[in-house]
Design a protein around this ligand. Sequence first.
Ligand SMILES: [Zn+2]
Length: 272
Amino acid sequence: MEAELLQPQSISPGTVKTEEEHRRDICAVGRWLHERAYVASNDGNISVRLDPRRILTSPTGISKGMMAPDDIVVTDLEGNRLTGRLSPSSELAMHLLIYRRRPDINAVCHAHPPTATGYAAAGLPLDRAILAELVVCLGSIPVARYGTPGTQELTQAIEPLVHNHDAILMANHGVVTYGPDLLTAFFRMETAEHFARVSLVTELLGKQVLLSGKDVEKLLAIRARCTPQPAATVANPGLITSDGDSERITLTRDQLEALIKEAVESDRLSRK
Ligand SMILES: [Zn+2]
């Protein structure tokens, strides 16, 4: 069992784990971010909500591809170090903001994956409905205004977007993703970068065929059923569809519930 946990190739989903397992998971995700060139040098940071009062965070000033479980730091929700020899991540305030605003979130990843970060540096959101998978997994990925790394400016810049999104481009900086567990937070980073690459290819080809508003609504019903999460992140995907460049789908909670009911009913009938 111990040898298995040391393998960087696999970490289990979920949050019911020992502190030691969470430490190893953070090291594994650090290696994945580094291997995929989502971070360079000592960039990036990863954290996990250990319990209602404690956070496990990657330390500052160390490559995320070279961390050992003992390097991981424990802090309280104000960012004070409780245990650990190294200093906590310089972006810890951003992670703490996300934990405070989103009780459903238990893990945060911040990295600089080159293509998505390119969109962030160009001030371009990833918000065009061109891939069904992205609509189901993330909705749109907005750009937060620029804020100096490691300062309140950065935290204030992402704050208005945290409630409605699970992935955010940080202008002239990078990407932050989060989820109910660390594997989900990492996968959202991977999905964001993958989507950025596909978007870039469509731009190189000079053509994007957008999904229609109706198609997006159907995908949102799947999203609501498959990924339990706050209604706000599902109801406000902020995607641009083929029905008009400026059109944004915004469903009320009642509309969304009616849509889900309809989808569940048609699914039930089709199984008869
Ligand atoms: Zn950064």
